[in-house]
Design a protein around this ligand. Sequence first.
Ligand code: ACO
Length: 338
Amino acid sequence: MANFAATITGTGSAFPAGIVTNQDIVEKLAASGIETSDQWIRERSGIRERRMSAPGNAEEYNSALGFAASRAALEMAGRKPEDIDLIAYATCTPDTVIPSTSCWLQHRLGAVNAWAMDLNAACSGFLYCLSIADQFIQTGQVKTALVIGAEVLSSIINWSDRGSCILFGDAAGAVVVERAEADTPNRILSATLRSDGNLWELLHIPAGGSRFPATAEIIRDYLNKIQMNGRELFKVAVRTLTSFAKQTLKKHKLTPEELDWFIPHQANIRIIEAVAERLSIPMEKVLVNIDRFGNTSSATIPTVLDEAVRAGKIRKGQTVLMDAFGSGLTFGAVLVRY
Ligand code: ACO
C-alpha cells in the first residue's frame, strides 16, 4: 500500500501566436515544387491549422511555452513556484542539449526548491513524466510536482517530405500534481508504460546528435529532421493505442461505458476514430484538438486535458483515460479519477 496518492490540482497550456494554415503549407511547398492541398491534409489527417514558434523569438522558445503553461497550471492549483519539489519535463525538442529545458524553466519560474529533469519519450513523454511524478508522490519523496509536455516541433520538420511536414505544430501543456491521502478517490489510478526499440526506424531523426553531428551536408539533406514511415506507423498506432487502453480498462474492471473521457495522442483524426471504434467509445467522449493544433507530440495530451478542464467538461470525480504512442517506439496509458 502506497503512503500517499497523487492528484492533479491544476492544468495549463500555451501556444505560439503564429497560426500556420494548410493553405500556408500548400504555398510553402509549392515554392520547392512539392504538391499538396488543404483538402488532402484535412481529409487524411483532420488538421486545419497548427501553431509555430517564430524562430529566434525568446517568448516562443520551448521553455517559454512551458513557462506560460506552468504559470496557468500553478494559478489554477493555487500554488507558488517555491512550492514545487519536482519539475518533470517531457520534450524531444529541447531549448538546448544542456542545460535541460526543465532547468531553463526552473530558472525562469523561480522554482528554487525543485529538482528538475527532462525526459525524451517523444509523444508518450507526458504520460511517462506523469507516472514518475505519481510514483515519487506515492512514496512520499515529493509533495508537489510540475509535469510539462512541450515541443517546438517546427524546429525538426522535414520540409522536403510532404507526408510528414503537414502534421506537426508547437505547444506546451502543464499539470500540477500534489500529494493527497492514500485513500483519496481523486487520484492517478495507474500507468501502463512500455517501449519497443526494434521499431526505431518508423520515426527518427538520423543525425544532429552525437552519432552524426550536424554538417553542411547533413543539413542540406534534411538528415537532422524527421524521417517517418507514416503508413506503417498508422497501423502500429491503432493497434497499440487500442491494446494499451484495453489493458488499462481490464486492470480496473472498467467498461468503456464507465469511462467519462478518452484523451488519445493527437497524431491523426483517422487513428483516433479507428481506436475509439475498436474500444466502443463514442466520439462524444473522445477529446480532440488536432484540428486546430496538429500533432504537438508530448504536448497533445496535456493541452487537450487543460482545454476540457477549463471548458467544464472534465469535472471532479470523472474517470479519464489518456493513451499515447510515439517515436522509440514508446507507448503508455494513464488512468485518472479526476
Ligand atoms: N499531399 C498530397 N498527397 C500526399 C501527401 C500530401 N501532403 N502526403 C502523401 N501524399 C500521397 C502519397 O504520396 C501517396 O501517393 P501515392 O498513392 O501516389 O503513392 C498517397 O498520398 C497516400 O499516401 P499514404 O502515406 O498512404 O497516406 P495516408 O493516408 O497513410 O496518410 C499520413 C499519410 C497522414 C502520414 C498517415 O499515414 C499518418 O498519419 N500516419 C501516422 C503518422 C504519425 O502518427 N506520426 C506521428 C507519430 S507520433 C510522434 O512521436 C511525433
